[in-house]
Design a protein around this ligand. Structure first.
Ligand code: ZN
Length: 137
């Protein structure tokens, strides 16, 4: 749901940009967007462009409840972005046997079946291939 606090994020996503909310008093980054800073309680904030790369913190395979806009089972990941915040998003169709905590992932944007541009996750293929060649999973 779009609110006054998260509208900036959806507007940036529509432009293919990944942004993170930043407290303008103490510079703490936070996601998901919230009206106050969890560190200093300031209401003042702006947003900064975020790096799209990170590592997989956790993931799950969702079977229920089902939203008709998604294809199930739905693979959903929690990513530690290199900028220091976390992001939850669904994966592009991926064999979940390829996933492991700490594996390199990246955020990209794709059109949702309802017409919105939303963040999605995918494995960083070149680094995954390099790791597999070196025997690291
Ligand atoms: Zn703050």
């Amino acid at each position: 749901m779009r609110t006054h606090d998260n509208l900036f994020w959806f507007e940036a996503a529509a432009e293919g940009r990944l942004v993170v909310q930043r407290c303008t008093d103490c510079t703490t980054l936070r996601h998901p967007p919230a009206p106050t800073c969890p560190k200093c309680r300031s209401f003042e904030w702006d947003s900064v462009e975020s790096n799209r790369q990170g590592t997989l913190h956790s993931w799950t395979v969702v079977h229920h409840p089902q939203d008709p806009a998604f294809t199930y089972p739905l693979l959903v990941g929690l990513v530690d972005l290199d900028t220091g915040t976390r992001l939850v998003a669904d994966f592009e169709p991926t064999d979940h046997d390829l996933l492991a905590v700490g594996c390199p992932v990246e955020v990209y944007f794709a059109e949702h079946p309802r017409g919105e541009i939303l963040s999605r996750l995918r494995l960083r293929r070149s680094e995954t291939a390099d790791a597999q060649q070196q025997g690291v999973s």
